[in-house]
Design a protein around this ligand. Structure first.
Ligand code: ZN
Length: 225
């Protein structure tokens, strides 16, 4: 019981939430084999799911402030889905009807905490669901994209490409994820799904600039403070 019980002044400042009442964020872990391997994880047979609360949302145009809870915050650039209608037990063939928008975001992760929690078999929330950990970049209408199974995206850190992904390399496709998730959790309009990160995750430091591109189009630009 020590520093972890106290917030610094900077952490108490407003983050500027613009949260839709009741939205939830469902995240998929280990959905790209190359990323699962880089962290020394098994490639799972079923999707690995976890959630972030609405208080984790960081809207675009805000800097990401490194929280004092961790000494090793990693970026994970991910394709994100905005849910456009309510559904439970959605069938794969109808999954696309429930996705209104496609975007790009960052699943900020306190890797040191996560490694510790994983080793103890404990839940990941402290490492994955802290304030500001769900960065939502721009969204575009899902109808802009012909094939959800072939979407390329990448993230640059300080001008250097660090993550390059394509939804074709997902272990569990977008329709599979929607079907699987909605067996456990009703999807509601406004919910967001983070679909997992490709290889190339790494730490962020004060002053870094992260830029995301979806199909070559800029989707976010975030400064780390
Ligand atoms: Zn992730």
């Amino acid at each position: 019981m020590h520093r972890l019980l106290f917030c610094s002044g900077a952490e108490k400042t407003e983050v500027g939430f613009e949260i839709k009442a009741g939205m939830k964020i469902i995240c998929v872990g280990r959905n790209y084999a190359d990323h699962a391997r880089e962290l020394g994880n098994e490639v799972p047979e079923e999707p690995v799911l976890f959630m972030k609360p609405d208080s984790a949302v960081m809207q675009r145009n805000n800097p990401f402030v490194i929280p004092a809870i961790s000494n090793d915050i990693h970026y994970e650039c991910e394709l994100i889905l905005k849910i456009g209608r309510n559904g439970k037990c959605i069938e794969q063939e109808f999954a696309h009807r429930y996705i209104s928008e496609i975007g790009l975001g960052i699943d900020f992760t306190a890797r040191d905490l996560q490694t510790d929690l994983k080793s103890k078999g404990l839940p990941w929330e402290k490492a994955k669901a802290f304030d500001g950990s769900a960065y939502l970049g721009d969204f575009k209408p899902a109808s802009d994209f012909a094939d959800l199974g072939d979407l390329s995206f990448e993230m640059h850190k300080n001008g250097i490409p660090v993550q390059v992904g394509n939804t074709a390399h997902m272990l569990h496709s977008i329709p599979t994820l929607i079907a699987y998730i909605s067996r456990y959790f009703s999807l509601k309009m406004g919910d967001v799904v983070f679909t997992g990160t490709p290889a190339g995750v790494g730490p962020v430091h004060r002053g870094d600039e992260l830029k995301g591109f979806l199909e070559g189009q800029p989707m976010f630009q975030v400064r780390v403070r």
